[in-house]
Design a binder for this molecule. Structure first.
Ligand code: PDD
Length: 284
């Protein structure tokens, strides 16, 4: 079935939607993106994603082609036109089309594209009941991972390395410490304490991370924001990752080392429940 997508002010059937071959997103990965989940036809944490988008654009000196209000309306139109109950909305803004030149062009209109991915039962992913296996890989990405750019080749290579190794995903390691997962933030739990790397240019400032840490603190759980080593992770009681598409996903194996009894831990399981309950309540 053909989806309706949004391109530069128009809602079009996906076959008719086109972007220029000169688009800087295509030529230079000169663009940023957001992924927002939809549960029961409503957007999860739209405000958080809109705020981070504004920050990514500003860090790259790019203008926003639409206001936050217009962006919300586009998201809602796409949910309704594509009859999305559970799924994701992908949004990408690039600097636009200009003759190829490393310098930013002066007066180019940004390109904005949004499309939906229907994922029935997104919140009931069986992987959350079994937990996922991760391998560790050296973090060879650039140094501004706090900007959500479309330069995703290295994370893609790492996901393939994980797949070849029979694992589900990879955790990236820099100077001996875990930065984050290929497309998620990484956490360990030791003696009841939730440990996750502090915010900096080294990691993406996850919207799910912010919500989960807030819910953890509200539930009187202890949170420590600091970097941890892969050895510490292998020795942890439990581990998990967070992202807009996976919510809270338990990790049960790291580089072949089984955590606890090899089943999703109590903290990750509880946080997933709280996150889904609370997010559904505030979804718009
Ligand atoms: N990925 N770290 C990285 C490198 C990510 O790509 C993502 C999100 C996260 C989690 O951020 P959030 O909680 O805001 O989704 C952390 C998205 C889901 C993706 O690329 O599909």
């Amino acid at each position: 079935m053909s989806r309706t997508v949004y391109v530069n002010g128009e809602y079009l059937p996906e076959e008719e939607a086109k972007v220029s071959v000169f688009d800087r997103g295509f030529l230079f990965a000169d663009g940023v993106y957001e992924v927002t989940s939809v549960l029961g036809g409503k957007l999860i944490d739209f405000g958080g994603h809109a705020k981070r988008l504004a920050r990514s654009l500003s860090e790259l000196e790019m203008d926003a082609p639409v206001t936050e209000e217009e962006l919300l309306e586009i998201h809602r139109q796409l949910v309704s036109r594509n009859d999305i109950d559970d799924g994701l909305i992908y949004l990408q803004i690039t600097r636009g089309a200009a003759d190829r030149d490393f310098h930013y062009p002066a007066d180019t209109a940004p390109t904005i594209v949004l499309f939906t991915q229907s994922k029935p039962g997104l919140a009931d992913n069986p992987a959350a009941k079994a937990g996922i296996k991760v391998i560790s890989v050296e973090d060879q990405r650039w140094g501004r991972r706090d900007i959500k750019t479309v330069q995703l080749l290295y994370p893609s290579m790492c996901k393939m390395a994980a797949k070849k190794a029979g694992a589900d995903d990879a955790w990236l390691v820099e100077e001996g410490k875990v930065t984050e997962g290929t497309s998620n933030n990484a956490y360990i739990v030791k003696d009841g304490k939730i440990i996750t790397r502090e915010l900096s240019h080294d990691i993406l400032h996850g919207i799910t991370r912010a919500a989960v840490l807030r819910f953890a603190q509200e539930a009187q759980m202890v949170v420590e924001e600091r970097a941890f080593t892969i050895d510490e992770a292998k020795d942890a009681d439990e581990a998990f990752v967070t992202s807009a598409s996976a919510f809270v996903m338990p990790v049960v194996e790291i580089d072949g080392a089984v955590l606890g009894d090899g089943k999703p831990g109590a903290v990750a399981t509880r946080l997933r429940e709280i996150y889904l309950d609370e997010s559904r309540k505030t979804a718009i």
